[in-house]
Design a binder for this molecule. Structure first.
Ligand code: SF4
Length: 285
């Protein structure tokens, strides 16, 4: 059994369901993920797959082709994760991905994921300097660096992500990460994201400007062939080009009130549509 807090059913630009498993082994200072805590509804693998099939039929009119396990940390219970992936394959899901902090991806788990032909893995490398990593997450990055090498060794399709946090990280931190990745393989895909302080009570930093993100991109490009960076558009807000419907556990509806309010403040067009687990589970397949 594992607790699940909500599903994100993306309509645009992708059609994909993200399963937000609850609970995380880290304690990042910039985390605003609802699923970080052990909240939501405890579901067996079969009950979760039933929820996904019914949500998928209602929202897309068919079984979705792309499902991503995220969180929280999806690898907290590796047996559950593996059995969930097997079950998804059994019902015919074509593309399966995992979004992870990487800490629990040891050689055994990575080789099992490889045997199950997991299609893509997103792994966070929050910082290369261990003192920054420990300060930010509460843990050393040793396992994550190992996991990057192992994912490469097992030939899995993966990309590495860093959220750039100004004042906490210098540009040289991005250079250290890019150098490390290039020492594994210059073709590793690397993505840079802006820190978003809006959701945090504890304002540890500010959002970096586009110029800073461009500078990071140029630094990383010196070492790596596949680098992308992302900035939120101030003009149109983030909800215009990103559309989704959520399926929320009835147990977490209160927890969403604050986050929905802030999203609305950031973007006046924000209009999240959601169903509850109870509504979905009462439907026939
Ligand atoms: S790894 Fe992700 S979910 Fe866990 S505390 Fe850090 S940001 Fe939050």
């Amino acid at each position: 059994m594992r607790k699940v807090s909500f599903l994100t059913c993306e309509i645009n630009p992708n059609k994909k369901i993200k399963v937000n498993f609850s609970g995380c082994n880290w304690n990042c200072k910039g985390c605003f993920a609802i699923a970080k805590n052990e909240i939501g509804r405890e579901l067996s693998v079969n009950a979760l797959v039933d929820l996904i099939i019914k949500s998928s039929n209602l929202i897309y009119g068919k079984l979705i082709e792309d499902i991503q396990a995220t969180g929280g940390e999806p690898a907290l219970n590796s047996n559950y994760l593996l059995s969930f992936i097997k079950q998804l394959r059994k019902i015919g899901v074509r593309k399966i991905g995992i979004s992870t902090n990487g800490h629990l991806l040891d050689e055994k788990l990575i080789s099992e994921l490889s045997n199950l032909h997991v299609d893509y893995i997103k792994i966070d490398l929050k910082a290369y300097s261990d003192e920054i990593h420990k300060w930010y997450t509460g843990f050393s990055n040793e396992n994550v660096l190992k996991a990057v090498r192992l994912l490469h060794k097992h030939n899995l399709n993966f990309y590495v992500r860093t959220i750039f946090i100004p004042d906490i990280m210098e540009f040289s931190e991005i250079e250290k990460i890019a150098k490390f990745l290039s020492s594994v393989d210059r073709n590793i895909q690397y993505r840079l994201y802006q820190f978003t302080p809006q959701y945090l009570d504890n304002k540890i930093s500010r959002a970096p400007g586009e110029d800073e993100m461009l500078k990071n991109f140029e630094i990383a490009k010196k070492y790596l062939k596949n680098v992308h960076y992302f900035v939120y558009s101030k003009k149109i807000g983030f909800s215009q080009d990103y559309k989704f419907v959520e399926v929320r556990a009835n147990e977490v509806l209160e927890n969403f009130k604050k986050i929905d309010k802030i999203s609305k403040k950031i973007d006046k067009n924000w209009d999240i549509k959601y169903f509850t687990f109870n509504q979905i589970l009462s439907l026939n397949r």
